[in-house]
Design a protein around this ligand. Sequence first.
Ligand code: ZN
Length: 347
Amino acid sequence: MKTLTLRRPDDWHLHLRDGAILQGVIGDTSRHFARAIIMPNLVPPVVTTTDARAYRDRIIAALPNGDRFEPLMTLYLTEHTDPDDVEEGKKSGLITAVKLYPAGATTNSHGGVRDLDKAMPVLERMAKIGLPLCVHGEVTTPDVDIFDREAVFIETVLDPLRKRLPELKITMEHVTTADGIDYIKSSKGNLAGSITTHHLIINRNAILVGGIRPHYYCLPVAKRENHRLALRAAAISGDARFFLGTDSAPHVDPLKECACGCAGIYTSVNTMSCLAHVFEEENALDKLEAFTSLNGPVWYGLKPNEETITLEKRDEPANFPPKRETGAGPITVFDPMFPLHWQVVEK
Ligand SMILES: [Zn+2]
């Protein structure tokens, strides 16, 4: 039997929600991952250090007994964010990054930033104290095609911001295009990118061919095949600027399976199995640890985890539950559309 032992992975972009969903999904992350950057797009969003501390406490309280897991908290950037509060959050060790959502870009982002000029005092302070900005890299202008929104964001928002404030560390989250990969590779520093599990596996056909499939719909939306291949090449390259951020984003099924379904794919359950499959397919199992466990900590100035996990390739494919049942309703688990033979050995 083939086995693979890695340092315990981290997830550099995760949605845990709150209440009954948090309770129902947290174990799927804490089972395998040591840490995760927690997205702040709750209702209402996590905008102050006080909000983040309270949310962190709720996450810790929801952890299954005995699981060791560290939530790395983020603040939701608004046009009114107080630079002093952000600095205090970093100094206290609570805040790992601040998240920029262009207003309207994804789930619960209507309170996001409309005018970046108004957020400049906070961004300048972050550059000074070395606190990274995580960006949802899509413009929301109605006249820009949804498949072009990442490329247009790079040109009209990200590149000008980086020229204006080169000292600011920026994580371009969930990169979905070859344009994004090329932009990160061509940068001279202070820019890295996270890549999701599902964007390495699906292209836009998964959503649209043979009927509309809401459980493959997420934002940024999956793009053409050439983009998926560019993401794969970056993920397996070992290049320290690319690391895993699953963007696992649970919504209960009734909110996905309706006339205006929510964006988000729930991958926490089987992410490590999916990634081992992808990296083996690319003949790059030796690069998986860099992607899941080494590159992210270096970028965020943290130590890699000392603990390890082991994956085994079994003859019988894994039987992941098709849905995660929660107190708020069922959440469909990502189906990669191929059998998963790699499985994490549960301790
Ligand atoms: Zn997200």
